[in-house]
Design a protein around this ligand. Sequence first.
Ligand code: GLP
Length: 241
Amino acid sequence: MRIYQESDYEAMSRRAANLISAEVIRNPACVLGLATGSTPVGTYKQLAVWSQKGDFSFKEVTTVNLDEYKGLAPTHDQSYRYFMQANFFDHIDIDAAKTHIPDGLAADPGAECARYDELIRSLGYADLQLLGLGHNGHIGFNEPCDNFVKATHVIDLAESTIAANARFFSSADDVPRQALTMGIGCIMAARRVLLIASGADKADAVYNAFCGPITPFCPASILQLHNDMVLVGDKAALSKL
Ligand code: GLP
């Protein structure tokens, strides 16, 4: 595992954007696994600035996002499709047809999960998978539980996740109770995993993920077994390592 400790959020975002752009420059038709949440916003902003300057292009890149809230339309301003458009896709030259996110409105969510898994498999899995980290150690929406779930699945969100994400909604009651999330299988099948973390409130989660036991009660801990794991964090988030 490689660790980059950066001074602050801006530097963390720049480092992560550097690693992602290096992947795109090396392989312009790469598959990027992407994440939502507040942590990657700066990374996406930096990538957009550099690609607008003409340093590299996303034209041939395919993206697969980790997750989507069940029941939210792509036009809902808290859906992850909306987030990706607003924070990244609308600012780069990516082909819309090559951007993939689970369909939160699918009539048969189980079938949608199976379709999504097959899609990622048919793409040959992600060349680089970007991840944020939940306070409880979740990655994507793989919440702590007593076993690692391999396939894309529908998950009941943990109370702590609902509380953490309530800041984006008018109230906690408006946060969807379920989501569709890529499972541990596709995440671990990515050739490289890049986890980013920022802020003192993530320090325990980072410690538990990378220094604690490998257990599904801290889903990110399985990343200790990935052979190309890159952790980029600011000082505060890495302070307990
Ligand atoms: C969300 C997302 C995760 C994200 C995490 C942390 O619930 N499903 O993909 O990594 O929570 O979010 P943030 O970066 O806002 O702390």
